[in-house]
Design a protein around this ligand. Structure first.
Ligand code: B12
Length: 464
């Protein structure tokens, strides 16, 4: 049985800051599915239509007749292009089975199958179920599968909370991806070529804006040794000089971080990297060690300075934790990228002012402001749907730059205005520009500074 997986292309709204600063990251889920199939003797390939900017007709012409199963991944803002693609494939190749997976199909599995957009959806983690498909297991026996029976009924197989051990998985099939197309977000990488990878799954957090139904509540980790081996592979085979770790909380297991840092340091591996962390997971010692192992930037989700909003989104951190972490990170000479949300439940004009004022007051090197978006499957979405606070379901606009929630305390226009204002206020301060300029030490710094400046200037000009 031969498989072809597709990462669809997508349209990015002009007003979306991410269109300019965003990374192009390998579709690691698809690359892992390929690796698992290959390890079990099946043939598979990937088309990364986003990275290669391929249109539907380009994708169609790359589908060879001997492919049996086509797998399409999709997040919420991609679902429109994924649907157009699936429909075109169905029309031209009615004999090929189309499976969808990823976060959006996991939530809307029933309607995607009922509406014949695809033949099947694999909900949540895909590795076990895809092997069942390859082995032609009886459809009723395949865990987490939604499919249509011969008499046109949608069947939802039971959800099995049996997850894979990440150390048992083969390395993602990087060799099947256009590795030269990938790069980190503007301002996130000091050196190129850079690439984003993910080394854990699952999250114990219960933030109302995040969908944690994909991989279970318990975090599973790739061991430090296997992460290290992936770094060596990427360095040796793809010339990668910098890694962006996209784990929800890279520092959730400090023992693993420590072991990885020691491996990098003791083997004199020349790699620079950045990661995401929660303010309640780091301490001064680990930050110093991370710096010694090549970490130059951490993104912390500060979200807001308003305790009421933090509580409303169930972030479970305290504001007084922020200051310590900022000063420890500064002492370790690691840059901070702060992530902030605007337009959450309980938001007011004063709280948005306070968030922006805070972002410009604290000593952080980059800031990213997102509009709070109720992604399907999240508590935020369910509550908004029940209370009529969901403005629409135009999924392509669920991209963190559009106002989807209708709030009683602030208008849509005000949130949109503050979104633009936040970027202007943060990046167009003389003190900020001077501080960034004075922080230049190496050629890599110059490269990073000018790429970031170009991106932000273009965006601000565009948003005026
Ligand atoms: C890395 C990452 C990115 C990267 C790119 C991701 C990529 N190329 O795939 C970047 C930074 C570019 C990015 C951008 C965005 N992201 Co993002 N991202 C992630 C992150 C942190 C990891 C994704 C990942 O690699 N996971 C690991 C792999 C192994 O899992 P996976 O991709 O889900 O695949 C598994 C299963 O889903 C399933 N599967 C997936 N596809 C398929 C297909 C088939 C056929 C089958 C059978 C199975 C299957 O099997 C895989 C293996 O088990 C996730 C959060 C997370 N922890 O997953 C958010 C996440 C996916 N992103 C999210 C969001 C909101 C965005 C943005 C909209 C943000 C923005 N500013 O615009 C954009 C949209 C990007 C897009 N492509 O549409 C949300 C999605 C919510 C939603 N409902 O859509 C997530 C879930 C974060 C969150 N918790 O809110 N993201």
């Amino acid at each position: 049985m031969r498989f072809l997986f597709i990462n669809p292309n997508r349209r990015i709204a002009r007003s979306n800051i991410w269109g300019l600063v965003n990374s192009i990251t390998p579709p690691l889920g698809l690359a892992t599915l390929c690796a698992v199939l290959d390890a079990n003797g099946y043939e598979s390939g990937i088309i990364d239509a986003y990275a290669e900017n391929l249109q539907t007709e380009d994708i169609i012409s790359a589908i060879s007749p001997d492919i049996d199963v086509i797998g399409i991944t999709s997040t919420t803002p991609e679902i429109e292009s994924a649907t157009i693609l699936a429909r075109s494939i169905h029309k031209l190749f009615p004999e090929k089975k189309i499976i969808m997976g990823g976060v959006h199909p996991t939530v809307f599995h029933q309607s995607l199958v009922a509406d014949d957009i695809c033949d099947m959806v694999i909900r949540g983690e895909g590795e076990k179920a895809i092997l069942h498909i390859a082995k032609k297991s009886p459809m009723h026996d395949i865990p987490n599968l939604t499919w249509k029976s011969a008499d046109d009924k949608v069947i939802v197989n039971p959800q099995k909370e049996e997850y894979v051990d990440l150390d048992d998985l083969p390395m993602p099939s990087y060799n099947k991806l256009p590795m030269n197309r990938y790069h980190s977000a503007i301002g996130a990488a000091k050196r190129r070529p850079s690439v984003g990878i993910i080394t854990s799954r699952g999250c114990p957090g219960k933030c109302t804006f995040c969908y944690s139904g994909m991989f279970g509540e318990k975090i599973r980790y790739l061991s430090a040794r296997n992460v290290y081996q992936q770094i060596i592979y990427l360095k040796t085979n793809c010339g990668i000089r910098e890694i962006s770790f996209y784990d929800d909380t890279f520092t959730a297991n400090l023992r693993r971080v420590e072991e990885l840092c020691q491996l990098i340091i003791s083997n004199h591996i020349d790699i620079s990297w950045s990661c995401f962390a929660r303010v309640d997971t780091v301490n001064p010692d680990i930050l110093q060690l991370m710096k010694a192992a090549g970490c130059h930037q951490i993104m912390y989700g500060f979200e807001t300075t308003d305790e009421k909003i933090l509580k409303a989104v169930n972030k479970r951190v305290k504001l007084n934790q922020y200051e310590n972490v900022i000063s420890w990170t500064r002492d370790a000479q690691i840059d901070i990228r702060g992530a902030f949300m605007l337009g959450s439940p309980e938001e007011t004009q004063a709280s948005m002012e306070a968030t922006i004022a805070y972002a410009t007051k604290i000593d952080i090197q980059y800031a990213i402001f997102n509009i709070t978006t109720p992604f399907p499957g999240t508590e935020l979405f369910n509550r908004a749907e029940q209370t009529g606070a969901l403005r629409h379901k135009r999924w392509v606009e669920y991209d963190l730059s559009h106002v989807i929630l209708s709030l009683h305390s602030v208008s849509e226009q005000l949130v949109q205005d503050y979104y633009k204002k936040a970027y202007r206020k943060f990046y167009f301060r003389w003190s900020y520009i001077l501080a960034r300029f004075l922080s230049i030490r190496t050629l890599d710094d110059i490269n990073m500074y000018f790429t970031a400046a170009k991106g932000f200037i273009l965006n601000v000009l565009k948003s005026k």
